[in-house]
Structures are given as C-alpha cells and as structure tokens.
Design a protein around this ligand. Sequence first.
Ligand code: CTP
Length: 409
Amino acid sequence: MMSKTKIVLAVTGSVAAYKSAEIARRLMDESLSVHVAMTANAEKFITPLTFAALTGNHVLRHGYPAPGDDPMPHITFQRGASLILIAPATANIIGKLANGIADDMLSSMLMASDAPVLVAPAMNANMYNHPSVRKNIETLKQLGAGFIGPATGELACGETGEGKMERVENIVSQVLDRLDLGRDLLGRKILVTAGGAREPIDPVRFIGNRSSGKMGVAIAQAAARRGADVTLVAGAMEIPVPEDIETIYAPTALEMMRTVQERFTDSDVLVMAAAVGDYRARSVASGKIKEKESWDLSLVRNPDIIAKMCALRNKQIVVGFAAETDNAEKSGREKLLRKNMDMIVVNDVSRDDIGFGSDYNEVVIITRSGETIKPQKMSKREIGEIILDRIAGMLTGGYGDRGLVGGRT
Ligand code: CTP
C-alpha cells in the first residue's frame, strides 16, 4: 500500500481544543497520517491519550525526553510532514512563531520544521483584535503561513465577535487544498448518484430501501477534491449533502432517470451509487389510502437507469454498484457484463458490520477487463479514492479496461 501523507496537528491551549479530535478524525478519513503535538496548556483541555488512541500515533508533549527515549523529539517528530496545522492556535503560539521563540516542545518543533504551516486561530475577540496579535499574524503571513478563519460568532467567554475557531469542515478542506493531493480529475465532469429510493404510494407512504447515501457522497467529495466538476443526484439521504457540490434531488427512479439522462451526454463519468428502487406503485393515490383488512399493492418495474445509460453512451465511463447477499463476486461480474458497465463495486450486504449506513465497507471492485481488486475493510472515503484512482486511469487510457467496448473515442 502507498505510504500515507504525514501531517502534524499542533494543538494549543484553547477551549476549541476539543474540536481538534474531530479534525484529527476527519483528516484520517482522508487517508492522511496524523501526528499530534500538544502544549502543556492544551493538555488541560483534552488529553494526549485521546489523540494517541484516535490517530494510533505517538503524541508529542511538553517535557524532557525520558532516558532511553528519542533525545531530540522536536527535530525528529515532524520529519517528513507535508504540512503542519496549528488548530486551535492561541495568541501565544502565534506570537511565539512570529518572533522566533522556542521555549517549549511544541514551539521548538515548529521552529525546527520547514513544512508549510496553516494556522486556525481561536481566542477572545479583543485578543484577536489586539494590535500586537494582528502584527504577529501579518508577520506570519509574510513568512508564508496560511490562516484559516477565525470565524465570527459566540465565543467561549460569552461575548460575540471575531475569534472563534473556523468550522472543522472548512479547516479540513483547506488543509486538503493546500496539500494538493493530486488534481487528476481536473476539468472532468462527473455525475454521481447516491442514496435510497422513495417511491410514493400515497401522500404519506412510500416504498424505500436502506441506503444512507454515504458511499455516493464520499465519491462525490473525493472527485470534487481531485478537481472534477461534480453533480450529485441525490435520492433519499440519511446524511447531509455537501454544501459545495451541486446537488439535484431525485428520490424516485423516474426523476433520477430524467435527471441523469439530461446530464449524461455532457459527462465524462457516471457513478451510480444510488440504490434505485426496482419497482414503483402502479398508481399513486392522490389522497391517503384508508386502513383496510388486507391490501394488494400493484407494482410496476422502474427503468434500469444504468443499463439505459450504458446503451446510450459514447465516451462515458460508467461505474455501477451491486448489493449482493450470495456469491457476491460472481453475481457482480455477471451484472457488470449484463448491464455493460466499465466497473462494478460489489458489496456483500449480508454482513451488518459494513455496508448500509456504516462509515466502512468491504467491497470487491471488478473491471470490464476482468481485473478484480479486493481492498481490505476501510472507510467509504478510502474506497471512494480507490474507485476514483481506477476511473482516473481509465480516463487517461491506462489499465486497458476500455478496449472491449466498440466505438469509443
Ligand atoms: N440501477 C439502476 N436502475 C435501476 C436499478 C439499479 O441504475 N432501476 C443501478 C444501481 O444504481 C447500481 C446497479 O444498477 O449501480 C446495480 O443495482 P442492483 O439493484 O444491485 O442491481 P439489479 O440489476 O437490480 O440486480 P438484482 O437483480 O440483484 O436486484
């Protein structure tokens, strides 16, 4: 497996330090190796054990190394880091970094590093607006440090103003932008469907299924981060859709069909991660259907969106999903060929530790050329990256996966 990009998360003494645990978690979800350094004051807000347990990595703390330990941890700790994120950053650490003061382990570590630095300040509004803090921030900016936030809002002291640490999502996305993890999908138009079905029966009832939308959203986010122009077609979602991705709601198969078809010709890639309802009610009652002893609901088949798109396509790469309970790999392979997809991602939904609703999944990825990839159980985000790696390879003509489809450009 490729070695992970290392980033150092420097946590200093502010009440916002509790949010750093969430930052560490989110960065790890992005396949980064996170190494936390803390000041003695930060340890009054959150424990080193929290970070050690979350990240699986040693936490750099204030104090002299014990005999037998690494004698120069402030030099070795950050070696190889692609970036240092200071979050939350107090007025104190900003002042020290701007003025070359290295009087504890964390500030010495910062001084000994040549990695790019991003700073997410968190402090009282008066402190933030103090001329000496502003001057220090200016100095750091001139030295090349990037600043994230702070936001304006209610502060821990009860006052409202500028100084609140920026939202975790924004910090994480700015770290990812700065890392430039490879924009290999720049300019590509990618259509991703996600979520479950809601086929109405009457104004209050519907036929649905157990898809949360997490896998599709993970793919959409990863594609956007890699530079793609992403449209998310969302069915019934259990999670919020990302604010920065164009989203069109299409909870029924017919709506999804129409939405996908409208955008398909213009797209380079279609990823059908939605669990489309195979059937819909033959007729939808305009008023609520009254209770009765028994009820035979008549269903009709919905169009198979992916099969239709595969029949229509010229240049597009089409990726489908399959939820199987028996013989997952064999059934998935048959589905890929029957629907004429380029790649299929097969889930075994008979297991309840993965799949529906979970943040994790264990999938088998099968390509048209017959290649089978079986990554271990991992986060849906990481699976999304693997799927996009293959898509990026196919778009640039690698992997030889597309040779069997006639008439492609
Ligand atoms: N799909 C679709 N339109 C449908 C049903 C499914 O585009 N009406 C897509 C899904 O988004 C998924 C793939 O087809 O990418 C496989 O879905 P699945 O329901 O597992 O496959 P089916 O062909 O319906 O197979 P089964 O007979 O196992 O239900």
